[in-house]
Design a protein around this ligand. Structure first.
Ligand SMILES: [Zn+2]
Length: 325
């Protein structure tokens, strides 16, 4: 009896070990100190190199194909499997990340939103990061945002109510930073928040948005180069919407546009991976992904994934900040 139990226990342990997957999420990776945007919250290139040293010593970096096979066909993953994911299509990924991965013979997954690559636009989220990086005084930023809201006819009492509701710090940002982010990311109506973000970008950063777009994001050809060099390129939506805040019809349109973009850069549109912008999705999103032949969805829920017990369309990730840099 004792022996039988031990065998079962050992088998279960082995099973749970091979389905455990640490997914690491990256955004900006570049030399930051002394650069034009030295206040940007991102990963220093040297820190990235040290982190790759750490991860390759302590984990087995797996390819996207291995993860898809493990989720779909229960193919075993190596022990301490780790999958590297890079969001938002930054030029950093082409300029610094890909060469570093190639040098080490490692594989990464990249998720560029179509609009940032194909159009001369800057995602609101990136306008906000750069506004924040250039503002010495957060109070000044909050005042400017509130003044723009008042100009647009929003009452002071409404603004105070917004502040009370949204100025809630999280594990990375203080209350004022979160307030500015939330207001410009999704609280204000889309047209209004975009125009306010662009005005504040000019005010605090002093650059032209279209020009900045080509500096910040990869070109279509650079995304194609990622694919040609064996990297995985998946969907991060077309417009980088919070998918849970738009209708199923709008979600479908956005996902279809992003697949068309993936096809145009030579990336696969069967058994593909969706990286939800802001980690946001709902039941309609998952049904749409199933109907469009997606294999996996990755979120911003913070923990190690388990491919045996987790829904493949809602896989959690850890942040680069959760590991030594
Ligand atoms: Zn994103």
């Amino acid at each position: 009896m004792y022996v039988v139990q031990t065998v079962i226990k050992t088998d279960l342990m082995k099973y749970s070990l091979i389905s455990k997957l640490t997914i690491v999420m990256y955004h900006y990776v570049r030399p930051i100190k002394g650069s034009k945007f030295s206040g940007i919250k991102g990963l220093e290139l040297d820190g990235f190199k040290r982190q790759l040293d750490y991860l390759t010593e302590n984990f087995n970096i797996v390819s996207t194909e291995q993860v898809i096979n493990a989720a779909k066909h229960s193919s075993p993953l190596p022990n301490d499997a780790c999958w590297l994911t890079f969001d938002d299509g930054y030029k950093d990924h082409f300029k610094y990340v890909m060469p570093e991965l190639l040098k080490r013979n490692l594989h990464g997954s990249f998720f560029p939103p179509r609009v940032a690559i194909e159009e001369d636009q800057v995602l609101d989220v990136n306008l906000i990061h750069h506004i924040l990086s250039c503002a010495d005084d957060l109070q000044q930023l909050v005042s400017s945002l509130n003044a723009h809201c008042i100009d647009q006819g929003i009452s002071e009492s409404r603004i105070n109510a917004y502040y009370d509701e949204y100025a809630v710090p999280n594990r990375f940002d203080n209350a004022d930073t979160i307030y500015v982010k939330r207001m410009l990311q999704h609280v204000l109506p889309e047209q209004l928040r975009s125009s306010i973000a662009e005005k504040m970008f000019k005010e605090f950063v002093g650059l032209d948005v279209a020009e900045f777009s080509s500096e910040l994001y990869m070109s279509v050809n650079e995304v194609r180069e990622l694919v040609n060099n064996g990297m995985y390129v998946g969907s991060h939506g077309s417009m980088h919407y919070w998918l849970d805040k738009i209708s199923p019809e709008e979600q479908e349109k956005d996902i279809k546009q992003s697949l068309k973009f993936l096809d145009s850069v030579g990336a696969s549109t069967t058994d593909w991976v969706m990286c939800y912008p802001y980690g946001a999705y709902n039941d309609s999103t998952i049904s749409l992904l199933e109907s469009f032949d997606a294999a996996l969805g990755i979120t911003t829920e913070v923990r190690v994934a388990n491919l045996t017990s987790d829904n493949p369309f809602t896989l959690p990730r850890l942040d680069t900040n959760d590991f030594p840099q």
